[in-house]
Design a protein around this ligand. Sequence first.
Ligand SMILES: Nc1ncnc2c1ncn2[C@@H]1O[C@H](COP(=O)(O)OP(=O)(O)O)[C@@H](O)[C@H]1O
Ligand SMILES: [Mg+2]
Length: 376
Amino acid sequence: MILKKIELHNFRNYESLMTRFYKGINIIYGDNAQGKTNLLESIYCLGLTKSHRSFIDNSLIKNGCEFLMIKGVVSGGLFDKNLQITIDNKSKYFKIDDNSIKKVSDYISNMNIIIFYPDDLEIIKGSPQIRRKYLNMELSQLYNSYYIVLNDYHKLLKMRNEYLKKMNKGMKVDMNYFDIITSYLIDKGITIYQMRFKFIEKLNENCAQIYKDIMGIENFYIEYVSNMKIDDIKDQTIKDKLFERYQKLLPYEQKVCVTTIGPHKDDINFMINDKNLKLFGSQGQQRIAVLALKLAEIPIFKKYKETTPILLLDDVFSELSDDKKNNLIKYISKDIQTIITTTELNNLDAKLVKKAKLFKIEQGKLIKIKEVKDNE
Ligand SMILES: Nc1ncnc2c1ncn2[C@@H]1O[C@H](COP(=O)(O)OP(=O)(O)O)[C@@H](O)[C@H]1O
Ligand SMILES: [Mg+2]
């Protein structure tokens, strides 16, 4: 998949911008606070309808403006697609080829993006919520059905928690209806669990080798940790067993007013030789683990979306030692459209720079420095 062109209006520090990207490697360099991360954020937002770093959509609108608009032309196969997202203080609006799209689920899987940025380290160091957000974003890109089931799950969870609150206050509630909510919640929860579990399995097919290639350390793997304690997902009685557990937990859950088990509480661990990197890993080991995680997604996207994802690397190279940089560069190929930002061109390998389309960025203005012909 290739992002051919992007157009921004009132996005963060960009008043208006229109630029074309090369199908291979693109490098954007410039001083701090000029808009490098903002540009990658806009690309992520065009594909996934939200920022990778901010939970608040309004913060994306340029200060003092009423709305923002991002337009892009992507090509994944024979035809180009025109994507457009508009955000104002009230809502978000999506268009594909000038047709309004009402459901995020119909929009979100049209552009596939893998982003790597310095704060990504939080995927390892941060709270489980960050790791679940990561899983949810990646799986939503891969399968529309995941986004739909996750949305349903969250609606049911909210309803169930409201019931628990009412019970806590001693209000009378329809217990049959409560059981129906619980039963649906379990159904959706099992599907989410299964999809996440398979995704982690697929990641594990690739990530150990990538980790070894870059870091030189063996036995890296990722582990899905679920408090649903599902031993055998093929077990037909799993739903009944879970229902029993929810019932046993009910007196406790009435006290705390929240549903205490389910995929909204699950987590992932990053392991080397059965030791958790979150607790025992050095910063360098953690950084490469996130990189391996993201690179391990590329073959998964190729297989399930039948196209390569667009790779966004935000200031990644400045944090790596020379040997790690060189090991990483082997994974950056001309066959995958890659957009790299850096403060210093010197941080990058000269051969990489030679192959790339080059831009300099200054206060939200992009200046083309070097073009690469599309047939090169
Ligand atoms: N909503 C906004 N409106 C206007 N400017 C913004 C907005 N959000 C961030 N900025 C500005 O964007 C700049 C940071 O851009 P960023 O892309 O993070 O820089 P860098 O090139 O270091 O990656 C800062 O000057 C910041 O003030
Ligand atoms: Mg930045």
